[in-house]
Design a protein around this ligand. Structure first.
Ligand SMILES: Nc1ncnc2c1ncn2[C@@H]1O[C@H](COP(=O)(O)OP(=O)(O)O)[C@@H](O)[C@H]1O
Ligand SMILES: [Mg+2]
Length: 386
């Protein structure tokens, strides 16, 4: 167990090529579980390979505990890694594959047997121990690859999308097992995924990456409720956050976000007065679960009326899509209140939860939530439907 710290890490795969990793700063406490998420090609596997020592960094330093391991060979770093594309020894049985790392560390055979039994049970591969990798499905091979890493007690575990080849049901089971295992072992872990639920549920911390740059690093709750920019807001959450383009106007001295296309009109009083924001294009962000059905006709000034276009019952809740100008807005409603297609709804939201982003730069403009409450909610934030 150890802390892991990345200090201003850079990586380029060759002279003249753009940097794949750009000034990566991350710090993980002993025993923490860090989730690394980001779109395909953003540099996640590169970062993992750099931490493991399989790639050399071209700038900065990687610290494990208080030791700079940047120049150290992989075997001296005491890290166990599960790769995105797992490589099992094809001529060895599953048991031999899992035992291999323990044997070269000269663990006594009785301990090896106990360790193999433990991980085989954990990963539900007890019945496969005598088979060769070629006789296994992709998902089974992936579990063996995990078994090989889990049979060791290294300082740090690195997992690169370890569940991506599993079918949906097994994936959910394994997710819970991963969490249980970490709660028990408390080994410092970096885990790459593109699965929303894994990102939100597994980690103590989440790092969201794009184009080799860490966009935000924080707890899952911070990333979800307080995204730093439009990219993070759109990447985390399923169904994704709704984004409604609006324009800032000044009305009676106050700034208001206005949507007015002729088809629909909304006005959102922002309760802020910053100079120079007039006529700025903004994006309003609102998560599907933050929209509720208003009772009856609702409170006209803090609600919006819109027609239902599509409904998607998922079981525990129903996704209801309404059209707001050119934007489809998704509302997550309880199945027992879910309306019919064609029905006109009065929808309401919690003004404190609305986020604003600069339409040009994608940066957060400051949440309405961070503004002082001004008496009744109607005075702070209102949607006016027409
Ligand atoms: N060995 C390599 N040589 C040159 N470029 C590479 C190499 N490995 C990865 N890259 C490039 O680095 C970028 C990041 O890749 P990768 O780290 O695999 O992303 P991710 O795991 O997030 O999908 C991609 O543009 C990829 O083409
Ligand atoms: Mg990858």
């Amino acid at each position: 167990m150890a802390t892991l710290e990345l200090r201003n890490v850079n990586k380029t795969y060759g002279a003249g090529l753009p940097d794949t990793l750009k000034n990566i700063e991350l710090s993980i406490k002993e025993g923490e579980f860090l989730i690394l998420v980001g779109p395909s090609g953003c540099g996640k596997s590169t970062l993992m390979n750099c931490i493991a020592g399989l790639e050399t960094i071209t700038g900065g330093a990687i610290m494990i505990g208080d030791q700079d391991v940047s120049g150290m060979s992989p075997k001296d770093r005491d890290i166990a890694m599960v790769f995105q594309s797992y490589a099992l020894y094809p001529t060895m049985s599953v048991r031999e594959n899992i035992e291999f790392g323990l044997k070269i560390r000269k663990m006594p055979q009785a301990d090896i047997d106990a360790e193999v039994a433990r991980v085989a049970k954990l990963l539900q591969i007890e019945h496969l121990l005598n088979r060769k990798p070629g006789q296994l499905s992709g998902g089974q091979q992936q579990r063996v690859a995990m078994g090989r890493a889990l049979a060791r007690r290294p300082k740090i575990y690195l997992f690169d999308e370890p569940l991506s080849n599993l079918d949906a049901k097994l994936r959910v089971e394994m997710r819970t097992e991963m969490k249980l295992m970490h709660q028990r072992l408390k080994t410092t872990t970096v885990y790459v995924t593109h699965d929303q639920i894994e990102a939100m549920t597994l980690g103590d911390k989440v790092a969201v990456m794009k184009d080799g740059i860490i966009q935000q690093f924080g707890t899952p709750k911070e990333i979800y409720n307080d995204p730093a920019n439009l990219f993070v807001a759109s990447f985390i959450g399923s169904p994704p956050m709704n984004f409604v383009p609006m324009r800032l106007k000044r009305q009676n001295g106050d700034l208001v976000a206005v949507l007015d296309s002729g088809q629909a009109r909304c006005e959102l009083a922002l309760g802020m007065n910053d100079a120079g924001l007039e006529d700025r294009d903004v994006i309003l962000g609102l998560r599907p679960e933050q929209i509720v059905l208003a009772a009856g006709e609702g409170n006209g000034s803090s609600s919006i009326r819109a027609e239902v276009q599509v409904t998607e019952p998922t079981g525990p809740d129903t996704l209801v899509f309404v059209q707001l100008n050119d934007t489809k807005v998704c509302c997550r409603l309880a199945p027992d209140v879910a309306p019919q297609v064609g029905e006109t709804l009065t929808l309401q939201f919690d003004p404190a939860k609305v986020l604003l982003f600069d339409a040009k730069t994608g940066e957060r403009l400051g949440a309405v939530a961070s503004l002082p409450a001004q008496g009744h909610a109607d005075n702070v934030t209102q949607f006016k439907g027409r």
